[in-house]
Design a binder for this molecule. Structure first.
Ligand SMILES: *Cc1c(COP(=O)(O)O)cnc(C)c1O
Length: 435
C-alpha cells in the first residue's frame, strides 16, 4: 500500500500534528514495535476494521473491557435506551444502585462501592481512603504493577532493599512519592523486611493480584498469603487493584481465584474498572461498610465526580455484568482462552521457539522466554526485537495483539473456535520466521 492510499498513515500524520504522538494514551502509538498504528473505523464481535477496511481479530478488546466482544446486541440496546433518557444529571439514579448491587453480589469482600470514571481515579481514591481510614501515610506497591497515572503511584524502585522510590515521570516531585515504597513482585523476603521496618507507618499494600501490566504474572500463593498476613498483623489495608482482573478472570475476580486456594482469603479494598463499564468510562472502588463509610459525605475522606455513575456508562456496565453472570460464562471463556494458549504453545514448540504462556478466565499472557517470569525484571528479559517481528507478522495476517511485550491479552465470548484456529495458524507461520 502506498502512503497516498494508506488511510492509517494519513490519519496518523494528521493526528501527530494535533495530539502529542498522535494518540491519547501512549501505548497506542506502536513505539515499542514500530510501524503505523491502526485507526479503528468500526468493530463488531471479535473483530475491528481499520481505516483501510482491513479486518483484525482483536485480542486487546479496549485493554480488557470488551469481554462480550464489540457491539453485543443486549448491551447496545441498553445503551440506546439510556441515551434517549438523558446523558448526565449530576443527581442520583436507580441504575447506579442496580450496578452497585450487581458488583456487591459477586464480590463477597465488597459491601459498599463508590463509582468513578476511570481506573486511575479509582486507584487514587482507594489509596486516599486507605490513608484516611488508617491515619497512616506509607504505601507499598510492586514493581511492574500499574495502578493508573496518579502522581504517588508513578514510582520505580529506589536503590537497595525497602527504600523509597523515584518518580517514573517528569512532573512528579520527589516529595510526592516519598511515602511510596516499591518492592519486587513475588519477593516474600523483601516484603517481610519492609513490614519489619515500616509496619507501623503502613496505610496499605496495593497489588495487581494477577498482574496484567507486566504481561501476565500471577502473585504466588505464598506471596499473596504473606501480603494478607502482614497487613492484618500490622493494621495495614490490603488493596486489590482488580481494574483489569475484576469480572475478567472470574465472576468474582482474582480474589475468587485466591479464595479458592486460601480459604477465607479476602482483600480489604477492591479497585475495579474496565469490564464493569463494558467499554464506557466507568470504574469503582469498594470494601467493607466500616471502611467505605469513611468517605464523604459520611466521613472525612473527600472524593467526588461530576460524571461519576454516569447514566449511559452504568447502563452499559450493568448490561455487560448481567451477561457475564449467566451460568457457565467463565467456564466457556476459559476453555477458549486455554485453547488459544495451548495452540500457541504447540506452534512455538514446533518451530523451536522458547515460549511460555499462562491464562485465567478471558485473560492471557505469553513470553518469548523458556519459563514464566515471576517479576518485572524477568519479564523485561524478553527479546524485544523478536517480539516486534511476532507482532507485525500477526498484524499482517489479521491478528491484533498488544503492541508491547509487557501487556496482557484478552479473549472475549465473541471469539469463535475458528478465530482461535485462524490465530494459531497465523502464529505457526510467523514462529517459523523467528528462529
Ligand atoms: C487499566 C488499569 C488501571 C487504570 O485504569 P484507567 O481506566 O486506564 O485509568 C489501573 N489499574 C490496573 C490494574 C489497570 O489495568
Amino acid at each position: 500500500m502506498t502512503p497516498s492510499t494508506d488511510r492509517n498513515s494519513a490519519l496518523f500524520e494528521r493526528a501527530r500534528q494535533l495530539i502529542p504522538g498522535g494518540v491519547n494514551s501512549p501505548v497506542r502509538a506502536f513505539r515499542a514495535v514500530g510501524g503505523t498504528p491502526r485507526f479503528v473505523q468500526r468493530a463488531q464481535g471479535a473483530y475491528f476494521w481499520d481505516a483501510n477496511g482491513t479486518r483484525q481479530i482483536d485480542y486487546i478488546g479496549s485493554w480488557g473491557p470488551m469481554i462480550l466482544g464489540h457491539g453485543h446486541p443486549r448491551v447496545v440496546e441498553a445503551v440506546q435506551r439510556a441515551v434517549t433518557e438523558g446523558f448526565s444529571f449530576g443527581a442520583p439514579t436507580e441504575r447506579e444502585v442496580e450496578l452497585a448491587e450487581e458488583i456487591v453480589k459477586h464480590l463477597p469482600s465488597v459491601e459498599m462501592v463508590r463509582l468513578v470514571s476511570s481506573g486511575t481515579e479509582a486507584a487514587m481514591s482507594a489509596i486516599r481512603l486507605a490513608r484516611g481510614a488508617t491515619g497512616r501515610s506509607t504505601i507499598i506497591k510492586f514493581e511492574g504493577c500499574y495502578h493508573g497515572h496518579a502522581d504517588a503511584l508513578l514510582v520505580k524502585a529506589g536503590s537497595g532493599l525497602a527504600t523509597f522510590g523515584h518518580p517514573t515521570s517528569a512532573g512528579v516531585p520527589q516529595e510526592v512519592v516519598q511515602h511510596t515504597l516499591v518492592l519486587e513482585y513475588n519477593n516474600v523476603e523483601q516484603l517481610e523486611a519492609a513490614f519489619a521496618k515500616h509496619g507501623a507507618d503502613l496505610a496499605c499494600v496495593i497489588i495487581e493480584p494477577i498482574a496484567g501490566n507486566m504481561n501476565f504474572v500471577r502473585a504466588s500463593r505464598p506471596f499473596m498469603q504473606k501480603c494478607r498476613e502482614l497487613c492484618t498483623q500490622h493494621g495495614a489495608l490490603l488493596v486489590f487493584d482488580e481494574v483489569m482482573t475484576g469480572f475478567r478472570v472470574a465472576l468474582g475476580g482474582a480474589q475468587a481465584v485466591y479464595a479458592a486456594q486460601l480459604p477465607g482469603f479476602a482483600p480489604d479494598i477492591t479497585v475495579l474498572g474496565k469490564v464493569i463499564g463494558g467499554g464506557m468510562p466507568l470504574a469503582a472502588f469498594g470494601g467493607p461498610r466500616a471502611i467505605m463509610e469513611k468517605l464523604a459525605p459520611l466521613g472525612p475522606v473527600y472524593q467526588a465526580g461530576t460524571l461519576s455513575g454516569n447514566p449511559v456508562a452504568t447502563a452499559c456496565g450493568l448490561a455487560t455484568l448481567q451477561e457475564v453472570a449467566r451460568p457457565g460464562f467463565y467456564e466457556a471463556l476459559f476453555k477458549k482462552t486455554s485453547s488459544l494458549v495451548e495452540g500457541l504453545k504447540s506452534a512455538a514448540a514446533e518451530a523451536g521457539i522458547a515460549f511460555a504462556a499462562d491464562c485465567e478466565g478471558g485473560m492471557f499472557g505469553f513470553f518469548l522466554l523458556p519459563e514464566l517470569p515471576q517479576n518485572y525484571g524477568a519479564v523485561m528479559k524478553s527479546d524485544a526485537p523478536k517480539f516486534g517481528k511476532l507482532f507485525h507478522g500477526l498484524l499482517d495476517r489479521g491478528v491484533y495483539i498488544a503492541p508491547a511485550l509487557y501487556e496482557a491479552g484478552f479473549v472475549s465470548s465473541a471469539h469463535s473456535e475458528q478465530d482461535i484456529a485462524d490465530t494459531v495458524a497465523a502464529a505457526r507461520e510467523v514462529f517459523k520466521t523467528l528462529g
